[in-house]
Design a protein around this ligand. Sequence first.
Ligand code: MN
Length: 311
Amino acid sequence: MSNQVILVDDQGLKKVMNHYASSKIVRNAPGVVFAAKLTDTSITAYKSGKVLFQGGGAEREAARWGKAEGSATPTKVKVKGDTLPDRLAELSVVGSDETGTGDFFGPVTVAACFVRADQVELVRELGVRDSKQLTDDLMRKIAPDLQEALIYNVLTLKNDKYNEVQARGWSQGKIKALLHNQALRHVLRKMDGEKPDYILIDQFAERGIYYNHIKAQSEIVRENVLFSTKAEGLHMSVAAASIIARVAFLEEMDRLSGIAGVELPKGAGSKVDEVAARILLKNGEETLKSLTKWHFANAGKAKAIALKKKK
Ligand code: MN
């Protein structure tokens, strides 16, 4: 598995899009203008002119453009984190990942999940891929099968609790670190003495910072822990954890939407401000607060919009 990035101009981008047109897929991610999937390579083109090639055929596909056009130099994407063992993808690994941290509405959720070496293929067959390539609906379908087949733990930090600890001065980094450690502990306990080859945390903070956040905990998971960014692509356990965390987030969003009487939008954009302003006018500040991460700038923006609407 390798990653390659090339930089192309508008002309180059058109050529890339034409070339892969028959393998085009829909990918609704920020900044993405085109995506395609070959049997061994994912291709993602960004507004910035960067084209990312991922997978076994990445080098081959990137070279096609770098050399042919002379307009681009392939460079390795830097995955930050530990030096990883060979054939990590085939080992028995407990992985963990979180979601919801960038969304004004809804909880932060963290999941950890054990995928034994002999389950890697099964998990792939259940449809697990890098969650950035899966839609929410597809993830909702896959998650129950994963939860049936795997040892996992998922934690949903509700908004009231999030706002309480945030007001006490906890950073998002600390909140995430505590949840990851807790989810990993639960999974290791459920494994009943069985040891994974590694524990792989999708890196949101460097090792030293992570352990500093959780230093006061009575039980700290340290043995064979690896940190890497983009870890969903490195082992099925992280990809599965990411899906389970995402679905827990979606389910809590469904519940909160019921309370609000309106479908709560994801993210932290202007749509979010609009909906938040409406809730503010209809249900008041306490209700809005209980649905959100209150320290986000969206709270102030919603208040400003609500004030204008009142006039
Ligand atoms: Mn992550």
